[in-house]
Design a protein around this ligand. Sequence first.
Ligand SMILES: [Zn+2]
Length: 271
Amino acid sequence: MRLFEAIIDANHRAVAGDASAGLHPAEFADALPVVALTCIDPRLNAFFPNALALPAEEFIWLRNAGNIITSTLSSTMRSLALACAVKGGREIAIIGHTDCQVAKTTTMGLLEKLKALGVDRARLPENLNEFFGTFGSERQNVIKACDFVRSSPLIGPQIPVHGLMIDVETGKLDWVVNGYDTLPAKAQPQVAKSNFSSMAELGSFKEFAMGEMKFPEMKIGDAALSAKPAEANVGSIANSAPAAPPPLKKSPLPPLRVAPPLKPHRDMRRG
Ligand SMILES: [Zn+2]
């Protein structure tokens, strides 16, 4: 299983309520760090990088309004290129989200809002849609962004360019573009060397993790960051979780934990 396949798998299990869902970054060292472009929507603040089960130091996070890329040489493209060339990013993910306000903003609506802020229409470009890169479909926007990145002369052909969508209610990630599919044949990433993936699928993850793992373990569906109060775990994971989350267990593994897709504090309900 390759990195983002493992990420999606772990994410789906965590959202379904599997408290042991996660992945081991050391298994994917060749694919890290990840470079991600997301929207500026503050609802995403609590989801990254924990929704991907990645430690913060393996997550290079770029943001702009609408996770838009307007051309193969745009400012955002240059940042993506430098994130790979200077910061060592190995895989790129364009991550759109549900309920994006940029997608809901019409040209007329945008003009009115700009006007209310004192922006003079006469000083704006003729084609506002093209200039801002506004869009009507989050998924189409992600596909378009992936196309720009994949065809950009600034990005090496061996870098996988993925497109994903995240649900702002649950933190669930879904594929839009599988970047492994468009890699040159010789650049296909190696399948993880160990048999961790198959063991996880067989349900023996827990025993394996507890008994044999010697490197930091990142979990989506487990406890919040240890520094946070216990109350912060209430309401974690998805609203659709069938039962209350299991009690926190103390792990002998190094405390490099990621929080689940927590709801904002103001939504917390204390017993
Ligand atoms: Zn957005």
